[in-house]
Ligand binder design. Structure first.
Ligand code: PMP
Length: 349
């Protein structure tokens, strides 16, 4: 008889957000970008496919050298401080594998990205969660935190506010293990912990291409940290973890910062307009520095919001967690999609 490792047998599979197969849905449930990626990304992929896809015959560059070089230039660090990844999920996974043994503690804020918990359980690590205070600090965080890895989602998911750098710096001093600042949504705000990586040897900043760069379908992420940390992550990753198309897409996307800024500006403008409209209708909308908003309905019935929108083929994310006051997370679509969403919500009595 086959026997699973005990912790794998005991854990549940992570269920990602619903991806409907049929067309006609307005998808506001997984924080994807409603705009296509930079045309330069598409050109780079097409160029990689010349001569009937002849390049695909060969393995990709196992060191992601060009993409790392471009990222390093953008962030003002040496390429030895950068690693590319197959989605930032790969980095979160490998950070746990690199730093936490079975039984070691992995910490994060709850509510935040629930996948941290799945990844920790795969490793057999012990999950410890901390609450958030009303002024976006971590409740009861010890002066000397002994966990091997602590994930700080900044800006926070699903509430949307970031932590300031003075506070992140203080947390890094209090962490004896690695402090991973998960900046999946950071392009929608104007502060980042990136500069702290040089000051604190235990800070790792992770980024994704799935949101601001409109490349969720390519599976791309990156991390910036001290070369010792990057070398450890390089040791344990799959050697060909990024395919040829993803590699050229990553470099082209990073190079086209004007395109990134223009889509981000559109999304932030939609977010601010949509938040104001909901507030006028009596919703409590948390201030957001991301491409989604977290809203609590006037009657506190988030399930009704979800069901009503679902009936109109609009997908949002509902949280039944009591800590989230039955709120709804709504990713920002195009202005037109958000107008339709608002029209449905306005019909609710
Ligand atoms: N961190 C956070 C906070 C996220 O919300 C997500 C996406 N759901 C990720 C990481 C993973 O992003 P990726 O698509 O790059 O794996």
């Amino acid at each position: 008889m086959i026997t699973l490792r005990k912790n794998i047998a005991a854990m549940d599979r992570y269920v990602p957000g619903f991806q409907p197969e049929e067309t006609g849905w307005i998808k506001l449930n997984t924080n994807e970008n409603p705009y296509p990626p930079s045309p330069k990304v598409v050109e780079a992929i097409q160029a990689e496919l010349v001569n009937g896809g002849e390049n695909l015959r060969k393995y990709p560059d196992a060191g992601s050298k060009e993409a790392r070089r471009v990222a390093a230039e953008l962030y003002g660090v040496d390429p030895s401080w950068v690693i590319m990844a197959n989605g930032s999920d790969e980095l979160l996974n490998n950070l746990i594998r690199a730093f936490a043994d079975a039984g070691d503690e992995v910490g994060f804020v709850h509510p935040s990205y629930s996948y941290y918990s799945t990844l920790a359980h795969i490793q057999g690590a012990k999950v410890v969660t901390f609450g958030l205070t009303a002024d976006t600090k971590i409740a009861d965080f010890p002066d000397s935190y002994r966990g091997k890895v602590f994930f700080l989602t900044s800006p926070n998911a699903p509430l949307g506010l970031g932590f300031d750098n003075t506070y992140i710096s203080e947390l890094a001093d209090r962490c004896r293990g690695v402090l991973v600042v998960d900046e999946a949504y950071v392009d929608f705000t104007n502060t980042s912990a990136m500069e702290l990586v040089k000051k604190h040897e235990n800070i790792v900043v992770t980024r994704t291409f799935s949101k601001s760069y409109s490349l969720a379908g390519m599976r791309l992420g990156l991390a910036v940290a001290r070369p010792e940390v990057i070398a450890a992550l390089d040791k344990i990753r799959d050697h060909y973890h990024l395919d040829r198309l993803a590699l050229v897409a990553a470099a082209a996307a990073l190079k086209d910062q004007p395109y990134l800024r223009s889509t981000v500006a559109k999304i932030c403008a939609t977010r601010d307009w949509f938040s104001a409209e909901l507030r006028q209708r009596g919703y409590h909308v948390h201030p957001s520095q991301t491409n989604y908003i977290f809203a609590e309905a006037p009657d506190g019935d988030g399930k009704r919001i979800y069901d009503t929108l679902f009936a109109h083929k609009i997908l949002v994310r509902y949280f039944s967690d009591p800590l989230l006051a039955s709120g709804t997370r709504i990713s920002m679509g195009t202005r037109e999609e958000m107008e339709k969403t608002l029209a449905v919500l306005s019909e609710l009595d």
